[in-house]
Design a binder for this molecule. Sequence first.
Ligand SMILES: Cc1cc2nc3c(=O)[nH]c(=O)nc-3n(C[C@H](O)[C@H](O)[C@H](O)COP(=O)(O)OP(=O)(O)OC[C@H]3O[C@@H](n4cnc5c(N)ncnc54)[C@H](O)[C@@H]3O)c2cc1C
Length: 443
Amino acid sequence: MRGIWLHRMGPARFMEIRLCSGDDRCLDNTLVRHRMLGCWRFVDGENWTTIATRTAFLFGLTGRQTGVTQGDGPGTNGSRILGFRTWVVGRTSMLQSPAMTGSSNGTERVTIIGSGPAGWTAAVYAARANLKPLVFPGRAAGKDLLPGGQLMLTTDVENYPGFPDGVTGPDLMQQFFEQAMRFGTRVVTDSGVQSGDEVAGGLFTVFQDVASVDLSRRPFRVKGDGGYECLSESIIIATGAKANWLGLENELRLAQSGGGVSACAVCDGALPMFRDQELAVIGGGDSAVEEATYLTKFAKTVYMIHRRDQLRASKIMADRALNNPKIQMLWNKTAVDVLGDEKITGVRVRDTQSGQESHLSVGGLFLAIGHTPITGFLNGQLDLDNAGYIKLKDPYRSTTVIDGVFVAGDVADSVYRQAVTAAGMGCKAAIDAERWLAEVGIE
Ligand SMILES: Cc1cc2nc3c(=O)[nH]c(=O)nc-3n(C[C@H](O)[C@H](O)[C@H](O)COP(=O)(O)OP(=O)(O)OC[C@H]3O[C@@H](n4cnc5c(N)ncnc54)[C@H](O)[C@@H]3O)c2cc1C
């Protein structure tokens, strides 16, 4: 008999389900039907739970049977699933089967959280090491948090090696994604776990976020926000750090369309469109000074728009800005609108004391008001530094204070925050995870 197997580790929580028709022979019909539906649901008490993607049905398992439920139920898109039987012990919300996991006991070997350069690079390495990594790519949340990561917010990427003519951020990330999938990476979508060609929408598929993790014991438990849960021997956290934006209507629009608004001067400052221009930087901390100073290499003038009457930056950095003849300080000012249709033409600024508004003509705007590392789902289980970045146990590795938990990319890097450094950390994390799994004897 073939079917799928669900279980949930933990006290008195075990469940097994086999899908079949009354005489078992209908299973193949079930498979066909399932392919059309894309996912399967079953009722557990009063709750309908999405339980499987089609891959789960391709492999069979045996297991204990205690209670029997049978019946039929609605499929997705108004279809009906006919004839299933389930054997249930306890209750569950978790689906695992060897067909869907990276190991023979139903527990993942490596689960990767995040889908920027760090996450996909970790996936490429882990997949090529035959670890069948499972990736939670994350959901599109607002305009500034997307599957594919921060590069989805930019057009031209000219500093990623291997692309002498440059590449757009979304194209680059789609290629990362395809490379990872080619070697057997699986991803958690809203329909469950999918691999290879099943993810027809590429990075525009609706993926699940990780809502929470339990790192208190191994295997670690990972819960998706769309109901999918798994256990995993190791975890690579690659959730990045979100650039902070002002939230103005035109700001992200012009950032995403390549219209001259950016949150990364080191990444975009050298682009031809910013050369010999009047540029503005918003912010007053160390990184704002760093960004403004960097931009003076290319710009005619750099205006630093700061809402206070002195910089927040350290004295040495503040002096650097104040003594740079190309930097002009606009004290007590805040940006209230970004102007321009296809390309930025200026910024409307408001005086924080008088409330008076004025127009500043610029050919580029750079936000330097900090980053927010994405760590909320960890719920305090890993040490963070003062700025909220995950602390590495060893600065040359990807290890954390918890054995089996690795980090990669901007979520642990407040210094470089570049695609190539994030990808490099993703590589380190996958190699570290692979070696650690071998050390603890997990094949
Ligand atoms: C406007 C802009 C332009 C840039 N241009 C360049 C450039 O030209 N060159 C360059 O080298 N760098 C550039 N950067 C920096 C570069 O984008 C980052 O350094 C890089 O993307 C970091 O990679 P990462 O994988 O660590 O994180 P990210 O790219 O931030 O990816 C993190 C991923 O994790 C996902 N995620 C978050 N929380 C969860 C969760 N709970 N569950 C599942 N998934 C989750 C997110 O949705 C995201 O997909 C730019 C940045 C910005 C903002």
